[in-house]
Design a binder for this molecule. Structure first.
Ligand code: CO8
Length: 257
């Protein structure tokens, strides 16, 4: 499939989705959101076990929602745009595999939010990240007020949103927004290695783990315990569970599906 503002490459169980509007630093309008949604669905239908989200060019991951495009929105138009972006957040949260944001540069506003919706975040040392909406007279609308709370203490989330701080990669790492910072030129090699390792893990177990981890944020510990118990027991009888445990008992490496 071909799109105007995104590209998707799928190989060996790993999908790389690149937002591709480098002239606007990969800022997103409705066409881009629709294409991101289509590309995530396509990655799923091609059976990708890992989805890497990144931005085209050397400067930006995603510089946010397209400000030029939305500056004259009415409230109903803004609502529709918020809903479309939140659908992408849900697509990332529920993607049946591990999602990794490869943050290659600026990640502001909606770009930061889509990175926060991924399971893991790896940033180039050149990355700058933040919920900058306050300085445009708005607030995060694609999940930032909720997703930041999964990663950082409440006061840090409030400070980031109230001040619209732009954090460099090491500061963002120190404050818990991103998991790892690597040299700019090594970003994709590093993410490719991570993705290959994850793609070789037992997929049902990985997804069950993701669902149980997400459940805590959706409904607290009691909801999470129920989801964990069901997901855990549901893995028994899967070929990968039988193989993983047999391999351990037989003192050999597992050969997963
Ligand atoms: N929207 C539209 N165009 C953009 C955006 C953007 N978010 N960011 C950059 N661009 C464009 C610039 O206008 C410029 O275009 P042109 O060459 O035609 O003038 C081009 O990209 C290059 O940008 P700069 O010249 O500004 O490059 P610099 O290197 O000087 O600066 C920055 C790069 C620091 C990234 C700067 O462009 C910037 O601060 N951009 C805005 C970042 C921002 O605030 N993003 C948040 C947007 S709001 C948002 O995402 C809300 C999400 C929730 C929506 C809810 C639905 C209602």
């Amino acid at each position: 499939m071909s799109w105007n503002t995104v590209t998707l490459d799928v190989a060996d169980g790993v999908a790389r989705l690149t937002v591709d509007r480098p002239d606007a630093l990969n800022a997103m309008n409705t066409e881009t959101l629709d294409e991101i949604g289509d590309a995530i669905a396509e990655a799923e239908s091609e059976d990708a076990r890992v989805l890497v989200l990144t931005g085209a060019g050397d400067k930006a991951f995603i510089a946010g929602a397209d400000i030029e495009y939305m500056k004259e929105f009415s409230t109903p138009e803004a609502l529709a745009y918020a809903e479309r972006g939140q659908d992408i957040v849900r697509d990332l949260l529920s993607f049946p595999g591990v999602t990794i944001a490869a943050i290659n540069g600026y990640a502001f506003g909606g770009g930061c939010e889509f990175a926060l919706a991924c399971d893991l975040r790896v940033a180039s040392e050149r990355a700058v990240i933040g919920q900058t909406e306050i300085d445009l007279g708005i607030i995060p609308g694609w999940g930032g007020t909720q997703l930041l709370q999964r990663l950082v203490p409440d006061e840090t989330a409030r400070r980031l949103i109230f001040f619209g701080e732009r954090l460099d990669a090491s500061d963002a790492h120190e404050r818990g927004l991103i998991g790892e910072v690597v040299a700019h030129d090594e970003l994709y090699d590093h993410v490719d290695e991570m993705a290959a390792e994850l793609a070789a893990k037992p997929r049902h177990a990985l997804y069950a783990a993701k669902e149980a981890l997400n459940a805590f944020h959706e409904g607290g510990v009691e909801t999470g315990l129920n989801v964990e118990r069901r997901a855990w027991s549901g893995l028994f009888g899967t070929p990968d569970q039988r193989e993983g445990m047999s391999a351990f008992v037989e003192k050999r490496d597992p050969d997963f599906e």
